[in-house]
Design a protein around this ligand. Structure first.
Ligand code: ADP
Ligand code: MG
Length: 210
């Protein structure tokens, strides 16, 4: 049986995962975390409920510099509900570090308060593509210090017609960024996005996909 202790994780992270009741990594976690922590791009396909959030959340939190108050990680999700869930999980995972700020930026709510929150800064931002694009256009969000972009539920985002928005967001991120893509299925559109925006991605496929 795999163990979190065998993964290259800090002691505070190991302690935190154990407190969260995560005794063992799921398959997508044990296969994604070492590559993501090594800075590689990863494209992971695994069904719903397989633990994909921590597969990117743990490396995102481990890799960030909490003293540098800038957006270092951006997670794009298809809906506000999913973004809220991901942000909640990231906040739990981020208990392994002090003073990590996670901000959600989704459509369907007023943009003014989000601009206020952004002016205070955040280390990790979780949002829906349209609203992230709005903030980039307004200049209220800068991705110049971004280290990692995550596409969560990439297949659903493509189904919802976010492809061009996602492309536009990628164009405003540093070339040296890390790109992690998570999906339950493997449509052609995902392969095309990966070919355009990932560098020699590590392929993680967990059997029994959706
Ligand atoms: P997915 O994004 O693949 O659908 P989630 O990341 O939402 O899956 O995880 C599904 C559930 O499994 C969540 O309730 C999460 O807290 C739990 N979970 C994730 N990883 C582990 C683990 N290693 N041990 C125990 N529970 C876990
Ligand atoms: Mg998920």
């Amino acid at each position: 049986m795999p163990s979190f202790n065998e993964l290259p994780l800090s002691r505070p992270m190991l302690r935190n995962l154990s407190q969260l009741g995560y005794d063992q990594p799921t398959q997508v976690q044990s296969e994604t975390i070492p590559s993501a922590m090594a800075g590689k791009d990863v494209i992971a396909m695994a069904k719903t409920g397989s633990g994909k959030t921590a597969a990117f959340g743990v490396p995102l939190v481990e890799g960030l510099n909490a003293k540098h108050f800038a957006c270092q990680g951006l997670v794009l999700c298809p809906t506000r509900e999913l973004a809220d869930q991901v942000a909640k999980s990231l906040r739990q995972i981020a208990r392994a570090k002090q003073n990590v700020k996670v901000l959600t930026l989704c459509g369907g709510v007023a943009i003014g308060p989000q601009i206020g929150s952004l002016s205070h800064g955040a280390h990790l931002i979780v949002g829906t593509p349209g609203r992230i694009q709005d903030h980039l256009r307004k200049g209220t969000l800068s991705l110049e210090h971004l280290k990692t972009v995550v596409l969560d539920e990439a297949d659903r985002m493509l189904d919802m017609g976010f492809r061009e928005v996602i492309t536009d967001i990628f164009e405003q991120t540093p070339d040296a960024r890390q790109t992690l893509m998570f999906s339950a299925t493997w449509p052609q559109g995902i392969r095309e996005l990966s070919a355009c925006y990932q560098r020699e991605p590590v392929d993680v496929r967990v059997e029994g996909e959706a």
